[in-house]
Design a protein around this ligand. Structure first.
Ligand SMILES: [Zn+2]
Length: 161
C-alpha cells in the first residue's frame, strides 16, 4: 500500500498522529520550518443547510433564484451569468450529496476492477472521505456524474442554458 493511501486512510480514521500537533506556526510551516498540515475546516454549525431541499421542487427553484440574485448583486454580473453560476453551485451541491461510501478502496469506483498504487487517484467525495479511481477512468466518471446531475436538475426545470 502506498504512503498516500495509508495517510488518507489514517486521516479519515481520525488518527491523531496525522493531525497538526505543532501548536502553531506560520503558513504551512512551524517555527522550525517543518511542514505542517493545515487544520481541517469544520462548519461552525453542521446543521446549517447550504443547498436546497431536493424533496421540494419549489425549494430548489427558489434556492436557484435566490442564489442567482445574490450573485447578480454581489458580483455585479449579468442575470444570465449569475444564473450560470447559480446552476454550477447546484451541480456541485448535487454531486456532493449524490455520493456513497466506497465499499472497496482496492477497486476503481467506476469500472470496479483492481487499482494499483501506480494508476489510482484519490478523489474527494464531498462528505469527508474519498473515492479511489483509475487515472484513466476519472474523466469519463466525472462526465457521467455531471450528466447525472444535469438530468436530476432538469427534473426541476433547471438547465445550464
Ligand atoms: Zn477504473
Amino acid at each position: 500500500m502506498s504512503k498516500w493511501r495509508q495517510r488518507l486512510e489514517r486521516i479519515e480514521a481520525g488518527d491523531s498522529q496525522t493531525k497538526d500537533q505543532s501548536g502553531g506556526g506560520f503558513g504551512n510551516f512551524d517555527s522550525f520550518g517543518k511542514a505542517v498540515r493545515p487544520k481541517a475546516l469544520k462548519p461552525a454549525n453542521p446543521t446549517i443547510r447550504i443547498g436546497p431541499d431536493y424533496s421540494d421542487p419549489l425549494d430548489v427553484v427558489d434556492w436557484f433564484n435566490e442564489r442567482a440574485a445574490i450573485i447578480e448583486e454581489g458580483c455585479a454580473v449579468s442575470r444570465q451569468e449569475a444564473e450560470r453560476r447559480a446552476y454550477e453551485c447546484l451541480i456541485v451541491d448535487w454531486l456532493n450529496r449524490a455520493t456513497s461510501k466506497q465499499e472497496d478502496s482496492t477497486r476503481c469506483v467506476r469500472c470496479k476492477s483492481a487499482v494499483s498504487d501506480q494508476d489510482a487517484v484519490p478523489v474527494l467525495d464531498g462528505k469527508g472521505g474519498h473515492y479511489v479511481i483509475h487515472d484513466a477512468c476519472w474523466p469519463a466518471w466525472m462526465r457521467e456524474r455531471r450528466a447525472a446531475a444535469e438530468k436530476a436538475l432538469a427534473a426541476y426545470g433547471l438547465s445550464s442554458g
